[in-house]
Design a protein around this ligand. Structure first.
Ligand code: SF4
Ligand code: SF4
Length: 149
């Protein structure tokens, strides 16, 4: 479906609804707060998150979040909710007041590649916190033939 033409919030006329001018940005991702990392193992877990497609990590007001860019299965091609009357509470409570409509999201920190997290961890952790890179011996396969027979 064609991209909707955006209007500025301030240009909305009485009776117009912001969502009518939006491609449902808020239905195309979800994010979960995660523990604040303070050791290499925490950052290593984040590397694993970011090893997966369509993930990112961001920090806002000191809180760390895992972001997963995946569209809700109930979002229709007309950008409307397919289960509007039965949508989840989190959707019901979400309002346009501070929503994702504007393209001016600014995070305190944003990482979308494992290498970025490694570099950040190396910069903030005490020297030597990161274990050495493991040798290639016994890394794969996880199971050997006798275990699966
Ligand atoms: S709440 Fe905001 S981001 Fe979500 S569809 Fe409406 S205008 Fe778009
Ligand atoms: S249930 Fe509806 S409102 Fe909630 S994320 Fe999915 S499409 Fe959007």
């Amino acid at each position: 479906m064609a991209r909707k033409k955006k209007v500025r919030r301030s240009d909305l006329k009485t009776g117009q609804v912001l969502c009518s001018f939006c491609n449902a940005k808020c239905c195309r991702y979800f994010s979960l707060q995660i523990d604040t990392p303070n050791k290499w193992a925490d950052f290593d877990n984040m590397r694993w998150y970011l090893a997966h497609d369509k993930t990112a990590i961001f920090v806002e007001e000191g809180a760390w979040y895992l972001l997963i860019n995946t569209k809700c299965r109930y979002l229709q091609t007309d950008y409307l909710c397919g289960i509007y009357e039965d949508r989840m509470e989190i959707c019901e409570e979400y309002s346009t007041d501070h929503c994702d409509y504007d393209d001016d999201e600014m995070y305190d920190k944003f990482f979308d590649l494992p290498e970025q997290i490694s570099e950040y961890a190396e910069a903030v952790l005490p020297p030597g916190s990161r274990p050495g890179v493991r040798s290639g011996v016994n890394r794969l396969p996880i199971l050997n033939a006798t275990e699966v027979l």
